[in-house]
Write a protein that binds this ligand. Structure first.
Ligand code: ZN
Length: 473
């Protein structure tokens, strides 16, 4: 028919075609505004970190280095493509795989993301996996979890953390998290609203395009999820309800976006083949009955992961006052992770483990504490303290004798010990120094770092000790 069309009309059609293209490129991408949020960015970080510790304890983690590297690579590309106005330097995006069959994925405030093996198995292309991940990242970047809590704010932050985390996660993990806290109100308290779902779809599309994936793949994945849903529908849809016209809205937004480059790793087929070769994933029911176990970390993995996840000590220092009579300078990216009458610990993000707000252990950090009055002989009292530490750390060994060091302008002693970390299983180096307070009690300073990083950290611990000022009378 085109061939019989008069040439003048053909020109008009060609002209219309150009006009259409122009209109599409003029139609700008949707501008997103993060919802009102009364919580501090640090609250997101704290909440996500605590919930993530619970998740890794309660859900069977896949711990397959090849697959972890794959999701990490996609996730990193996407996280780097989050528009600058939604980047939070405090957030750290991590990507872990859960050995679970059901199609699900969830991301916690502040950045930890968990992807069920079933999600990757069900995807038809890498872009579909990236689509779900970009949607999840968008909820985190827009701080939807704490924004939702802001709307119904009735609780103090400390008490609401567990229920928010449980609710955001939803499903199996969610009920585990809310059971794990004394304020478990159930997972239904918070699921994302339709408004937030729309935002995450749109921002997700924008992130995909910026990263080098076709945003339409996100819409395709949602269709895949729906079609595999079965009777009650998969968990993912219950916590991420369709805001209405979901596919059309995503595809409309995609029309305003230019895909920048091609992020495809080319490894999707190989990854799916690897998954098919593994023993079957656990079902939610098996997990709920306690029949599922995390795969052991393959050797070398935990070392690499730990060092990747803990940022180096900042060269900027800030002053803190752990006790009224003391001032000390610490790397500015370390924060106080526990308080108490006898000790205060400073650690970087990822350098410690906490469970429901209770500090369980530190892999990188510095503790300041006060011990009761002893014999009066500083070295003997320090030796007593080492014996007390050794009670709960059977692998603790002193590596050298005691040397003198001036601490806060007073006579002090210092020594180095090694221990096997409860958390990583790796050898850690402990730098211990003590001095006497004017009331006779002993002040102790403990620096902890993995042995492989001991060089860097010893310099930091020394600088911290040298900064110490005491004003007790
Ligand atoms: Zn969502």
């Amino acid at each position: 028919m085109m061939s019989t069309m008069p040439s003048s009309l053909r020109r008009t059609f060609a002209g219309l075609g150009v006009a259409c293209v122009l209109t599409l490129s003029v139609g700008a991408q949707t501008k997103i505004v993060a919802p009102k949020n009364n919580y501090a960015v640090q609250d997101d970080v704290k909440l996500g970190r605590e919930a993530a510790a619970e998740v890794t304890k309660e859900l069977p983690m896949l711990n397959d280095q090849r697959l972890e590297d794959y999701v990490e690579r996609i996730g990193r590309t996407l996280a780097n493509a989050i528009p600058p106005e939604f980047q939070h330097s405090e957030f750290r995006y991590t990507f872990d795989m859960v050995n679970q069959k059901e199609i699900n994925a969830f991301a916690l405030p502040g950045g930890p993301m968990f992807l069920n093996r079933g999600m990757i198995e069900a995807a038809k292309a890498e872009g579909e996996v990236a689509g779900v991940m970009a949607h999840e990242l968008s909820h985190v970047a827009l701080r939807h979890g704490t924004a939702q809590a802001t709307k119904g704010q009735k609780f103090q932050i400390g008490s609401v953390l567990g229920q928010i985390a449980g609710a955001i996660v939803g499903g199996t993990a969610g009920s585990i998290i809310s059971q794990g806290t004394q304020f478990g109100l159930g997972a239904a308290f918070l699921k994302y609203s339709r408004e937030y779902e729309s935002q995450a779809d749109i921002l997700g599309a924008q992130i995909l395009a910026r990263a080098g994936y076709d945003p339409r793949q996100m819409a395709n994945m949602f269709k895949t999820i729906e079609s595999e849903g079965g009777g009650s529908g998969p968990e993912w849809l219950s916590s991420h309800p369709n805001p209405g016209n979901r596919y059309e809205a995503i595809n409309r937004e995609a029309g305003t976006l230019r895909v920048q480059g091609n992020a495809n790793t080319g490894q999707f087929q190989e990854v799916q083949a690897r998954l098919r070769g593994m023993s079957p994933a656990y079902t939610a029911e098996q997990i709920a009955k306690g029949q599922a176990k995390s795969n052991p970390q393959s050797s070398g993995t935990s070392t690499a992961r730990t060092s990747v996840n803990v940022p180096a000590p900042s060269s900027q220092y800030r002053t803190s006052s752990p006790f009224s009579f003391m001032r000390v300078s610490l790397p500015s990216n370390w924060s106080e992770v526990s308080g108490g009458d006898t000790g205060i610990t400073y650690a970087p993000e990822g350098g410690y483990r906490a469970d429901s707000g209770k500090l369980e252990g530190v892999t990188h950090g510095f503790q300041v504490g006060v011990a009761s009055k002893g014999s009066g002989n500083l070295q003997q009292d320090t030796e007593q303290l080492v014996s007390a530490f050794a009670q709960s750390n059977p692998q603790l060994r002193r590596q050298e004798g005691y040397s003198r060091e001036t601490i806060g302008g007073r006579n002090g002693v210092r020594t180095t010990l090694t221990n096997q970390s409860d958390i990583t299983g790796q050898t850690e180096v402990i730098s211990l120094a003590t001095t006497r307070l004017n009331d006779g009690r002993m002040l102790f300073l403990v620096g902890v770092a993995p042995q492989r990083d001991a060089g860097t950290y010893n310099d930091v611990f020394k600088r911290v000790r040298q900064s110490l000022q005491l004003s007790d009378r």
